[in-house]
Design a protein around this ligand. Structure first.
Ligand code: ADP
Length: 256
């Protein structure tokens, strides 16, 4: 939690056809901070997470993670498009939990969590299992390690997905509306796990959420998006209680 810059977007533009979804976006996230992206549907929040996962590429601008360019490499003084290997190395610092849990359906819970550490990071199986047990304990699933995803509730599956993301020891965890596919009675359990992780680990978090109470509890900073731009940002006490921008007031009165 040293406060150094971990994520940096410089003039990032992303278009889909003629639709400019992000418009020369600049923002930074410091190490150890929890930053929440809020704003109307379609304002570009998920696109930011997908760019960080390199599921999408920016049309213009650069993204840096831990000082390293994500989709570019330095050749002398010039920036050139990065090769797969470079991008993969930089992306190893990032974990993501999706709306749909995307677990491996044919693997038991424990193996869902050990698979990538063993096969991507080359961790010995025993060490990966030990770590997986710790993480599954952290998310409250100790009794379910030998089950298949289909034997679990949506909330439990999402908690496996959180443990699986953390197993890669990412510096930053991206959370994309992780409770929006859940039945209402399962939401609180998942948010409690995330609150716990936010308050007890030094992982950096970048969240897109409609859960405003959760955002208020865990965020150091809230960024309000509208049409691909940050129109207002600040600590949650300020954004939620005395927003400056009319669009922020309108948005909050619709969702709170
Ligand atoms: P948010 O997360 O704020 O709801 P998104 O980042 O998901 O917004 O989407 C922003 C805009 O980009 C929307 O208008 C959406 O329709 C468009 N969009 C997102 N992904 C694609 C895609 N793969 N192809 C075309 N348009 C897309």
């Amino acid at each position: 939690m040293d406060g150094s810059e971990l994520i940096r977007f410089d003039h990032v533009t992303k278009r889909f056809g003629t639709n400019t979804v992000l418009d020369s976006l600049d923002f930074t996230v410091s190490s150890g901070k929890h930053v929440t992206l809020i704003g109307p549907s379609g304002s570009g929040k998920t696109t930011i997470l997908r760019l960080l996962m390199t599921l999408l590429k920016p049309d213009e601008g650069t993204i840096r993670v831990g000082g390293e360019y994500l989709t570019h490499e330095k050749k002398g003084e010039r920036l050139v498009p990065a090769g797969e290997k470079h991008t993969r190395e930089v992306r190893k610092n990032i974990g993501m939990v999706f709306q749909q849990f995307n677990l491996f359906p044919n693997m038991k819970v424990l193996r869902n969590v050990t698979e990538a550490p063993v096969h991507v990071l080359g961790m010995p199986k025993e060490a990966a299992e030990e770590r997986a047990h710790e993480l599954l304990d952290l998310v409250g699933l100790t009794e379910h390690v030998d089950k298949y995803p289909s034997q679990l509730s949506g909330g439990q599956q999402q908690r496996v997905a959180i443990a699986r993301a953390l197993a890669m020891r990412p510096q930053v965890l991206l959370l994309d509306e992780v409770t929006s596919a859940l039945d209402p009675e399962l939401v609180a359990g998942v948010l409690d796990v995330l609150r716990d992780i936010a308050h007890t680990t030094d992982i950096t978090m970048l969240c897109v959420t409609h859960e405003m109470n959760f955002a208020r509890d865990i965020s150091d900073d809230v960024l309000m998006f509208d049409s691909g731009r940050v129109i207002e940002s600040g600590p949650p006490e300020k954004i939620f209680t005395e927003p400056e921008h009319e669009r922020t007031r309108e948005f909050l009165s619709a969702v709170l």
